[in-house]
Design a protein around this ligand. Structure first.
Ligand code: UT7
Length: 330
């Protein structure tokens, strides 16, 4: 039994200034605005500059989240960053964020779970808060996929953008209506070869050859991932509702990972959920990996779509393979 309840105190987000649209992509590879729109629902993406790394985006999003809450900087007692495109292989981007926010003597670490990084990081934070080991956890989902994109591969390069989102997972007070009710996270490492970055780790350290062969970029078998995506987000969401004795009609909003509008629509159809209850902003940002869910949630909260007390489901899938869902009253 948890000692305490955890809740989302607030959200924040950030996307870099440079915007690239489908017509810009047409100049880069053999593609078209029509193909990208109809196959993915994307139109624009934000790209980080040469000087911007994951922690730079993360700190902007974190600052926005902290300012939107009543939590003071000094009250944050843990930082968790979900990312696969950290500033460095080591140390963690969490440590970079801690340094930039000037927070001292608190733990900070990263979670690597592909596009499910934010969902995994929230689930870790929830456990810290429920067990009484933390009171206010700064959780960030950030990715800068354009830094590991193969610009000659039309199958992947049109899909990705850069962005960050953050939340503060806090101990809920007595009588607080906000609560993270439950969560489920999963992995299937036997399918890790469907989506990965081949070189740069201890399996294949960086060499002239790995650079020449473009092995430091994203490799993805999009079609196989696509089918897995709908199945896994549906299964984890359905199980989460079932074990909390809830039905789809009890959910006010689903905030899904934004990888492809057709995947999102496929999920909604399987759940018998109207698209009017699904938060979608893929046309503006593309796939920002761990950034998509907190970015979409933050926009929906700021535009007053998602309100305090609403029942929400966050659901994602990604490299690993990994997937999972979170059920919360915002
Ligand atoms: O974030 C977590 C992980 N990522 C994902 O969730 C992505 C999941 N996958 C997808 O969203 C989709 O599979 C894609 C958007 C990546 C691709 O859509 P698809 O409907 O599965 O297309 P496909 O891969 O089956 O390719 C269909 C055709 C191919 O041509 P042929 O072989 O039929 O002649 C591709 O070469 O579309 C072609 N194609 C393109 N054409 C124009 C692939 N990329 C492009 C492109 N522009 N950018």
């Amino acid at each position: 039994m948890p000692l305490y309840n955890a809740k989302f105190s607030s959200f924040g987000s950030f996307a870099p200034k440079k915007v690239v649209n489908n017509f810009d992509m047409e100049k880069l590879v053999e593609t078209s605005d029509e193909w990208i729109r109809t196959r993915t629902g994307m139109f624009e993406r934000h790209y980080a500059s040469a000087e911007e790394a994951a922690s730079d985006l993360a700190v902007h999003a974190a600052t926005n989240a902290i300012e939107a809450s009543s939590v003071k900087y000094k009250d944050i007692d843990l930082i968790i960053v979900g990312t696969v495109t950290g500033d460095h292989p080591f140390p963690s981007t969490g440590c970079m964020v801690q340094k930039k926010l000037g927070l001292k003597n608190i733990p900070a670490f990263d979670v690597s779970a592909g596009c499910t990084g934010f969902v995994y990081a929230v689930e870790v934070a929830r456990n810290f808060v429920e067990s009484g080991n933390a009171q206010n956890v700064l959780v960030i989902g950030v990715d800068v996929l354009t830094k590991i994109t193969n610009w000659n591969d039309r199958n992947t390069c049109v899909l990705f953008g850069d962005g960050a989102g953050a939340t503060i997972v806090s101990r809920a007070g007595k009588g607080d209506i906000s609560r993270i009710i439950d969560a489920l996270i999963f992995a299937d490492g036997s399918q890790s070869d469907l989506l990965y970055q081949a070189a740069g780790g201890s399996r294949m350290p960086a060499s002239h050859e790995t650079v020449d062969k473009n092995l430091h970029t994203v490799y993805m078998e999009g079609n196989k991932i696509y089918k897995n995506a709908i199945r896994s987000m549906f299964a984890s969401t359905e199980e989460l509702l079932r074990r909390n004795k809830l039905e789809v009609k009890d959910i006010d909003w689903v905030v899904p990972h934004q990888a492809n509008l057709r995947i999102i629509e496929g999920l909604a159809e399987k759940l018998h959920l109207p698209m009017s209850k699904v938060i979608v902003n893929i046309e503006k940002y593309g796939n920002t990996s761990s950034g998509t869910i907190p970015l979409a949630a933050d926009e929906a909260i700021r535009s007053k779509k998602i309100r305090r007390g609403d029942m929400i489901v966050l659901t994602s899938f990604g490299a690993g393979l990994t997937w999972g869902s979170i059920l919360a009253r915002y």
